[in-house]
Design a protein around this ligand. Structure first.
Ligand SMILES: [Zn+2]
Length: 251
């Protein structure tokens, strides 16, 4: 099972990373997309993959970082992309909910990530919060079709347009307790679905309010299999194939 979006570079994992990784292995996790959210954590994700090759790094600057400053730092992200181990550009996107950065600067930062992804022929990890329409417009304008809308929270109608553009849609532990997400996932084509933990955030039911970790994705897998009325093993095979196609994992 692949955890397609996780932040093992987060300081919350410093103390017990080896124990977290051991539990992930025991739970059957074979690969984790270890996602940076600024230059420092992106650099760290690349370094971690040297020690743990099954942690596939993604490099980018999250829209909640100060966008004006981040635009100046994109040269560092470009440098990090020269490492062949990097499987995706991100986390990037637009966040109008927290709105820590001016929207115009966020849009520019998002565009810069798209340009790098095009250049390196890599998928992007897209974060949206109250911003799906603008994200779709920018992706259309840039004529870019490779990536995933992570921790999806939009409508079915928006999901259809995103799928038509060629993107994948990923769900986190929220699907274990959100009726709206359960109803949505049922209507989506299985060959375009992914699951993730977004750990240390967004714990599934049973762990809410506590730190999330990759091993918990199995609970989300079971919940999704239940919603879709398939065996967890069957769904796992489909999801792993989707992840391999999107991220072009080596080996
Ligand atoms: Zn994330």
């Amino acid at each position: 099972m692949v955890d397609t979006h996780c932040h093992l570079i987060d300081p919350q994992f410093i103390k017990d990373l080896d124990a977290v990784l051991a539990r992930a292995r025991t739970a059957g996790i074979t690969r984790i997309v270890n996602t940076g959210y600024d230059t420092e954590t992106s650099d760290q994700a690349v370094r971690m993959s040297r020690q743990y090759p099954w942690l596939a790094p993604a490099v980018g600057i999250h829209p909640n970082e100060a966008a004006d400053q981040s635009i100046k730092e994109m040269g560092r992200i470009r440098e990090l992309l020269e490492n062949d181990c990097v499987v995706a550009v991100g986390e990037t996107g637009l966040d109008y909910y927290r709105d820590f950065s001016p929207r115009e600067a966020q849009k520019e930062l998002f565009r810069l990530h798209i340009v790098l992804a095009k250049d390196r022929n890599l998928p992007i990890l897209i974060h949206t919060r109250n911003s799906i329409e603008d994200a779709i417009s920018i992706l259309k304008f840039e004529d870019f079709h490779n990536g995933v809308f992570h921790c999806y929270s939009g409508s079915y109608e928006q999901a259809k347009r995103i799928l038509d553009m060629g993107f994948y849609i990923s769900f986190a532990g929220v699907l274990t307790f959100s009726r709206r997400i359960r109803d949505l996932i049922r209507k989506l084509p299985r060959d375009r679905l992914l699951l993730e933990t977004d750990a240390p955030f967004l714990s599934p039911a049973g762990h809410r309010g506590k730190r999330n970790e990759p091993a918990f994705i199995i609970e989300t897998l079971r919940a999704a299999a239940d919603i879709l009325n398939v065996l967890p093993e069957e769904l796992e095979t489909i999801l792993d194939r989707n992840a391999s196609l999107l991220f072009a994992f080596k080996e």
